[in-house]
Design a protein around this ligand. Structure first.
Ligand SMILES: Nc1ncnc2c1ncn2[C@@H]1O[C@H](COP(=O)(O)OP(=O)(O)OP(=O)(O)O)[C@@H](O)[C@H]1O
Ligand SMILES: [Mg+2]
Length: 366
């Protein structure tokens, strides 16, 4: 379980320290940095996956994604060189990545590529020098366990150690973090518009995890029916939609599945193309959260969008239930969703992001 996240100098976030429990609700005004927090966590996963540079360049390069405070920036700058810092702690250790503007390579056209300046892993819950397990300084790896060993490596300086040294035998501490980070799952927006991928028929293969964009929804539901908790899935659908039932069919026997939505009062089932946006969105969330291979952490950004209040209630129940075995970071504007999950989970934590406050949760000063 993630115990702490520390983000420095990422977009609107000058410095943000979040202490986490198994269920964490993040709220705050528009523009207070909720989605930036979500994206910073995605950036850590991109780093683990080996697509850090790609993501940074898509976001406009390091100068664009670094905190752009004005007057305060001068003060801050005089203290030290600005770096983007992403740090996460769980029960066992701390992983930290620092990135910044690269030293220009003469003749190179990759002007927006970032440079990972440092990466470190400490054992335990404090960043003590004596607890340091491994340290990367640019292209050099220093292992402190069992004794200090300096290895100059040919590393890609724009990508993380986690993505480049994947051997469980040689670098177990990196391998452990790699797998933990890769098991986080992010869900923000499902495109449920009429021509979206979710609504199109396509060949289905077994899917224990719903894609971020929900594109493999029908396959993922069928997988829950075959190897997951079909009874629970159907119970949630019935609760949410007045006794409705979802069946998955293969009309042409060619693995191009269809979804049949049976509801009282309708003389024929509805196909996935006929479902309302909110209905389909709820089905996506349910499928994501009832995955037969649950994520270690689910990070949900405003899942309540386009759901009726009654469905928000059902979603709250679902989130509370899933938080028994997966950690949840829930970003929401819905006080109903927030109040309900906070009520049912004793040790849930509520984090309110605010402008200009320098508390444990937030430090934003624009
Ligand atoms: N490099 C940057 N430096 C400083 N601020 C930035 C930077 N990039 C974006 N921002 C600011 O970040 C804010 C957006 O934050 P974010 O999207 O996280 O808000 P939010 O809390 O998710 O809001 P909403 O509730 O509307 O979704 C905007 O005010 C934007 O101007
Ligand atoms: Mg947002």
């Amino acid at each position: 379980m993630l115990k702490e996240i520390y983000i420095e100098c990422y977009r609107s976030i000058r410095e943000l320290n979040l202490e986490l429990t198994r269920l964490n609700v993040i709220t705050g005004h528009n523009g207070s940095g909720k989605s930036n927090t979500y994206q910073a966590l995605q950036l850590i996963q991109d780093a683990a996956r080996g697509s850090f540079a790609e993501r940074v360049v898509q976001e406009g390069g390091i100068p664009s994604l670094m905190w752009a405070g004005s007057s305060s920036l001068k003060r801050y700058n005089s203290r030290r060189n600005i770096e983007l810092i992403l740090s996460i702690r769980d029960e066992e250790s701390i992983y930290e990545l620092r990135a910044g503007v690269p030293i220009p390579v003469p003749g190179s056209m990759f002007l927006l590529d970032p440079e990972i300046k440092e990466e470190k892993i400490w054992l335990g819950d404090k960043k003590r020098p004596s607890a340091l397990l491994v340290e990367r300084i640019s292209s050099t790896l220093i292992s402190y366990n069992p004794k200090k060993e300096v290895t100059p490596l040919v590393l890609d300086t724009s990508e993380s150690l986690l993505s480049q040294l994947r051997s469980p035998d040689h670098h177990p501490e990196l391998f452990v973090w790699l797998n933990k980070i890769l098991s986080w799952r992010f869900y923000h927006h499902f495109d449920v518009s009429k021509n979206s991928l979710i609504r199109q028929p396509h060949p289905c293969s077994r899917a224990t995890i719903l894609n971020n964009d929900g594109s493999n929804l029908i396959a993922a539901i069928r997988t829950i029916y075959e190897i997951g908790d079909e009874v629970l899935f159907k119970k949630y659908i019935a609760n949410a939609f007045n006794g409705a039932l979802i069946e998955i069919t293969d009309p042409t026997m060619s693995s191009v599945f269809d979804l049949e939505f049976h509801q009282d009062g309708l003389y024929r089932p509805l196909s996935i193309r006929e479902l309302s946006d909110g209905t389909l969105k709820f089905i996506c969330l349910l499928t994501a959260l009832l995955s037969p291979r649950p994520a270690s952490v689910y990070i949900l950004n405003e899942p309540e969008i386009s759901l009726h209040m009654d469905l928000v209630d059902v979603l709250a129940d679902l989130i509370v239930q899933v938080s028994d075995y997966s950690q949840i970071i829930l970003i929401t504007h819905s006080s109903k969703l927030k109040d309900k999950v906070m009520f049912y989970v004793d040790d849930a934590s509520l984090i309110e992001l605010e402008f200009g406050k320098f508390g444990t949760a937030v430090a934003i000063d624009l």
